[in-house]
Design a binder for this molecule. Sequence first.
Ligand code: FAD
Length: 464
Amino acid sequence: MIDKTIIKELEEIVGPKNVLSRKVDLVTYSYDATSDMPKQAPDIVVLPTTTTEVQRIVNLAQEQGLAIYPRGAGTNLSGGTIPLKKGIVLSFQRMSTIIEVDPDNLTATVQPGVVIQELNNAVAPFGLIYPPDPGTVATATMGGSIAENSGGLRGLKYGVTKHYVMGMEVVLANGDKVRFGGKTVKNVTAYDFANLFVGSEGTLGIVTEITVKLIPSPKYRRSMMCLFKKLEDAGNTVTGIIKSQVIPATLEIMDKMTIETVENYTRIGLPTDVEALLLVEVDGMAEEVVEREAQAVAKVVKENCGELKLAGSDAERDQLWAARRAALPALAQLNPTVVLEDATVPRTRVTDMLLSCQKIAKKYDLKMGTFGHAGDGNLHPTILTDANNKEEMERVHKAVDEIFATALSFGGTLSGEHGIGMAKMRYLGDEIGESGLRMMRSVKEALDPHYLLNPGKMVPAKEA
Ligand SMILES: Cc1cc2nc3c(=O)[nH]c(=O)nc-3n(C[C@H](O)[C@H](O)[C@H](O)COP(=O)(O)OP(=O)(O)OC[C@H]3O[C@@H](n4cnc5c(N)ncnc54)[C@H](O)[C@@H]3O)c2cc1C
């Protein structure tokens, strides 16, 4: 419980309607999109609307030794927003203004609570896009996606969030407000602090304003669905497309179980008699280049015994991408608990990783579907289980350990886009080693010596 005088002070800072302390409200903030995580209601939720309010809240938290848990839409998949000890959830729901769209400089400046799709809607009339597009583009916030360095369906050609952040304003753990970068295309002044905060999962500072790069919207695109009777043919097609030096905007995979589940859920007519499908989109400004790239993709698909279906209209294209975006929600309706992982490997190892996931599912007798951003080597093996079934959960945890160990043995990484949070902290040393962990702690302690910002996430505590 938080002291009444602190509640009063918070109400003075942001106004009483922006402070939530009733149990019924707090429960909503006790979890995020990650399953198999402890649930813990926060002591209080505060919804600031300005940077000055954020600074005053941080100063108060510091004085009182309260932790701060920044929160956007709570769609992260690594337990990043779950409060773990006494403190304040700082929700950015009401800091959601698009401050400026600057079509002359190809930039936009936003508050952290702006939803990614809203930014895209605002820049579309200028013929521009903000490319990072996680599956949750219609709900996730700019602040949350910057703190996770989110990727998405267009990551292969257009990169991920870090490639678009040009500058930001951050409130540090000591209450200071700092600004790094801005609208200049080039900026090598000081350390690259803006990028230090990208992907820092709310552990180093609170992002209160962001300037991002926009790009012209591609004029032409060709979308296709490629069907395979063997999973390895789909994996080899991914490697083959990249090897042919065509970089599609999007190159996604779904295995048989995901296809069947999505079809059952959406009824859009996906074929269920195949082992895997790839969804590919090539795009660009010149029609003939896009056409040439589509043909190059078709050639690789044919070489790998795939069957190709071109989307004949925008409606057909939209249907394909809706099917892909439905992958996780569709799988999620089958079982009470969905453990979704994010193991990522070099693109030449995609086939090996797909086959390994199949073997691991069989070994531990688990229901697992795999889909993901295959062109990035970023796969989402998704285990369908029930957290109440203790015996099965033990097998799930062993399978997850093995998935990550396999990805690392292939030269891969623990996370391509979902971050470390609480969910993967125990594996971090396996990838970055003891010196890497020491370096993480040094950076954390330089900026947040008392571990007030999102404690218990990303940076493992020192062994006693
Ligand atoms: C169905 C589904 C599909 C998804 N698809 C993708 C995908 O394709 N690609 C992908 O990368 N991710 C994906 N995700 C994960 C998630 O949607 C992204 O990480 C998203 O960008 C998180 O945004 P959010 O607003 O929900 O952030 P939250 O979950 O609220 O927060 C995420 C992290 O950011 C911190 N944070 C939030 N705001 C701030 C701030 N202002 N300052 C400092 N720290 C802050 C939080 O403390 C937390 O650590 C998916 C999730 C789901 C459920």
